[in-house]
Structures are given as C-alpha cells and as structure tokens.
Design a protein around this ligand. Sequence first.
Ligand code: PLP
Length: 418
Amino acid sequence: MTPSPSSAAAAHSVLIPEAVDRPGDDPIFTLHAEAVRRQRAGEDIVNATIGALMEDDGRLAILPVVRDTLAAVDPLRAAAYAPIAGEPAFLQAVIADVFAQSPLTSQAVAVATPGGTGAIHNAIVNFLEPDQALLTTSYYWSPYEILAHHNRRTVETFEMFDRQGGLDVADFERALAAQMARQGRALIVLNTPCHNPTGFSMHPAERRAVASIVREQSRKGPIAVLVDHAYAHFGGVHAGDWVADFEDLGPRVALLVAWTVSKSFAQYGARVGALVAAHPEAAERARLFNALSYSCRGTWSNCNHLGMLAITELLWDATKRERVERERGRLIGLLDERVRIFNQHAPQAGLCYPRYEGGFFVTVFSPDARASAARMRELGVFVVPVQGAVRVALCSTPAAHIPRLVEALAEGVSAAQA
Ligand code: PLP
C-alpha cells in the first residue's frame, strides 16, 4: 500500500505524528496578506478580514490615555517578573470591572493570563478531563478548537439560532443534557456580547433561560460557564447588566469570565487578560485560585508586567478611568456608525444575517461561503468564509466603503446560489 503523504512525512519527521501536519498560516492572515498585496499593487481594495478596530483612514484605533500610561510605567518595576497569578491590585480591579456592584465581586478569584486566549486555555485544562468536549454555539471563534485539541480536549456545539433568529435555547438544553449524561460535567463557552463571528448578542431573556437550564443540569454534575467577554463594552443596549442574570447559578456551577484588554483598551499586542472565577463557597474559591495559578506556572509562567501595571492604574485611577471611558466612547461611536450603515443597506440588498446590534463582526449567510468569498475577491472585497456564512469585519471597514461591501456581499451570495 502506498503511504499517505502524512504518514510518509511522519516517518521522516522529528515531530511527533500528531504535529506533522499542522497548518502553518492562519487562513485569516493569509487572506489579509493577499488584500494588502493587491492594495499595494494599486487596486482599490475593501479589506474586511482583520479583527482590529481601525479608524476610517485605515490606521489602528487606539486610546491615547492607554498609550500615555504605558509610556509612564516605572521601567524598573516593569522589568521585574510579575507575580505568577498576576499583581493583586490588577486582579482586584479586573474583578470589580467585571462584576461592579454585584455580590459576585466578593465571591470571585482571578489570575492574569495573556489575553482572553490564555483565559480560555486555563478554563479548558481545569474544567474538562482529557477527551471531553467543551460546549459552544454552532458558529464559534475557530481558535476554541485549536485550544481544545492542543490540550487533548474537543469542541461540541448546539444550534446557535432558532427559527426566529434568537438563541436556540431548546437545542442548548438538549446538548447540555447529553453532555452531562455522557461526561458528568460540562464547560460551556458563551461569547457574548458581540459574538465572533456572527455579531449576535444574547438578550436578557435568553441569558435567563440559559441560567435556568444550567442550574437544572448542574444537579447531575459540576458545570463551568465561561463568558468569553472579548467584546465587552461594544454590545448594544441589551448587552449591559448580564451579570445579574448569571448571579445565582447554584453551588455546583462556577461562573468564569475571560477578560481581556485587546479590544476594550485597544491593546491587542499587550497580551493582558485574566480568567475570573466566581463561586459561592470560600473553600472552593481557594481551590480554583490554586488550580488556575498552577496552570499559569505550567504554561506562560507570568504575564507582561508593563501592560499589567499600566492597566491596573487605568482601572484604579478615577481620572484616568474617566478618560478611558471617554476615549473608548469615541471608538464605540465609530463602530456603531458602521453597524448603522450596514443595517440600513444590507436588508435592502436582500442579505440574510443574524440580529446585529453592535460589534466587530457580522456574518452573512451563504449556501457556499467559499464561492461567495472567491467572487467577492474578484470584485476587490475581502471577507472570511466560515461554515455556512462569510464573516465581515466592520471593525476594519471604513464607513464610506460599506455600501460597496454590501453590494459585493449580495453579488457573492448570488454567485453561490447560481
Ligand atoms: N475570544 C474571541 C471570540 C475573540 O475574537 C478573541 C480575539 O479575537 C479572543 C477571545 C481573544 O483575544 P485575546 O487573546 O487577544 O484577548
């Protein structure tokens, strides 16, 4: 029998077999690179691939107060190692930022992580046994799968949308009950508000329904609910006050929050984040803190001290915090205007997409996403094909380009239907 290329490669490689056929380039960065190459060659390109908020003139949008605070950190303090779990003042400030006035503020522990990615990593390795699956929506941020597989866990999904376009709570219940019966535990990952890639934010009634199902299913075994809060602050009116809906999940449930400065402080490169874990019992909180700190030591050791010190100051200092909110408000306004223009043009062009009230991305459904994205590239418009849809990064699309983007999306979807 002729060996398959991968087994032939495995026979020659120094790598262990499972690492031999790893994909090299991230597909999103590959598409972005092609868009940039064609733009540099003189074409008029709309590049809606990159998940960072850009000004309308194409520069990365930042918060000047963050830049100034980073520049003013004492270099000697920054040069020293941060504590493994993170600076206590940083962790306290993050807990207060997440839970504000909620009683959960006094029922939470946290550890510093390199961005939300590190927080998700720590959740996967501490709340699932090897070979068990996390549970998330049928559309999801693809690194969840890499993080799970890399740590010998997997991903299972429930149908994200019901017939009315809301969260399919019934399928969530079905999937969770099946996991509890099979695994005896669950790690649920909910990316809200402003879900990547769909742009969907859970409404209060949906959150309350999820909370009640979790409470009920936790009679069968322990459950961790991880709110992936990467897009906190960018959700619409229904996004606020989510904590109250998850305040009382019961004694067998840990509420986790993957907190990050990447989008909310426009500091993607700082790699500052935290995993917050709330639980009603003090003894369990101590165990959670120890387990999460151990995972920090066993992976990245400790995080970027400079970034952590600057963000601590921005969260504690009332004047700086007020500047953060003002400057962030401008960025939210920039994005909301793009969302408004998209929501104005897209229905008229016949595009089908989820409830979209704010956020970096939206997905437009297509029967053949690859064909749609390929047709759009011919028109000089770059989007990312995902399963059943194309992901549109309005965060990096100037407002003036949105009408052209919508036209190209309509053309892309009809090309896939032909
Ligand atoms: N979760 C989602 C859904 C994201 O889109 C991202 C970043 O794009 C992250 C988590 C983590 O980002 P970071 O590790 O930069 O905080």
